[in-house]
Design a protein around this ligand. Sequence first.
Ligand code: TYD
Ligand code: MG
Length: 448
Amino acid sequence: MAKTRIEHVCTDCGAAHPKWAGQCNSCGQWNTLVEEVALADVANIGPATAPACSIADIDPLVSQPVTTGLGELDRVLGGGLVPGSVTLLGGEPGIGKSTLLLQLLAAWPGKALYVTAEESAQQVRLRAERLDAVRPDLWLQAETALPHILASIDDVNPNFVVIDSIQTVHDPSLGSPPGSVVQVRGCAQQLVNVAKRTGVPIVLVGHVTKDGSLAGPRVLEHIVDTVLAFEGERHHALRLLRATKHRFGPTNELGLFEMAGHGLIGVPDPSKLFLGDRRTGVPGSAIAPTIEGQRPLVVEVQALTTPAPPNVPARRTTQGIDNNRLALLLAVLQQRARIPVQTQDVYASTVGGVRLVEPGLDLAICLAIVSAITDRPLPPDLVAFGEIGLGGEVRQVSNAPRRLSEAARLGFKRVIAPRNSPGPEGESLRMLRVTTLPEALAAAGLTG
Ligand code: TYD
Ligand code: MG
């Protein structure tokens, strides 16, 4: 038998090094190299390759997506799950990954296999009852050893498989301990081979660490076809589903769910949800028509300012908004619009637990802050969108007509928008076109 070779694998990028070093010379991360048994020496895996043929002879219909029965998931996947594809569903513990997949399994047409490597079969059965997911065609296996899982896939012959989670599955022949880079990568690769060979779609659950990256090797993201991120504030009911990688369609679609007593419910009209508890006539609140993927979302931005105590740096606290973006907007407000924000503690957040990084939100953040400082509320029928440049200019952003029609649908009457933005389709919205941030503040009635 060949002697086992030890190599040092980076837990971040998956690169293998013959010797240990403090820094990975592939991705530059520090202290990420761990000792592993070399994968190539313990398992010779690789998909059976098909012979070359003309691209015209390949049947595109074989990889048409199959609808999952969950509308919001289909939206993110661009129609559904593609046969033979492998999808990684990442998210923090407790966010609802197992719940989402159990609902998917309940709605799946045909025989499906759910491998639970974390919870007992009884726990899953109890949850399935709550989710109304108990059906004879849903097969369940509480197992962590990959060879047994592969054997059941052969025995049960399902047309859909879920592995919950990939980090708790291990293959004894790989030598390394469960959860190690070699284990996670090796097990995922074998499951990918099964999916490609049989045409059965497989979903792998992956836990993410606090900083949002998938625990274990990033290389997992290269092995699979699709990476879905399930996010949300644990204490809010709203859950956001995005594709961060998708080989079969766009990656910018957003799916929205609400966690309820009987599982996750799709949210077809999120703007209504975000504006549900809104109080009008309150200083520090601004409404922005934003875009996530192709989906318009009208959200409320709130700001609160208080004078900072002397001799300590002013606080800038955000929720749902990027901290650096807030710092930039405050600098522009100070320098280009002469708003005295330097001496103020500033708190800014989006309402409803939604996290937005879209530049179209800039103008509404600025209006909310100035409204808070001046203690003047914005008109209740006003929305605003536009990116703010460092020169204090209001710049165009994508999808203006969609933003406008969503704002009009929700009954707003006036919109502050970048000068050159395309106008609304109907007559119901009045455009207040602005070139600079000071013009926008004046149009909103906050200055002058
Ligand atoms: P879970 O799917 O176990 O999360 P993950 O697999 O990502 O770790 O979801 C756990 C949370 O969801 C738990 O805190 C309870 C809550 N939950 C509901 O609110 N309603 C439900 O119907 C279910 C099944 C769970
Ligand atoms: Mg779970």
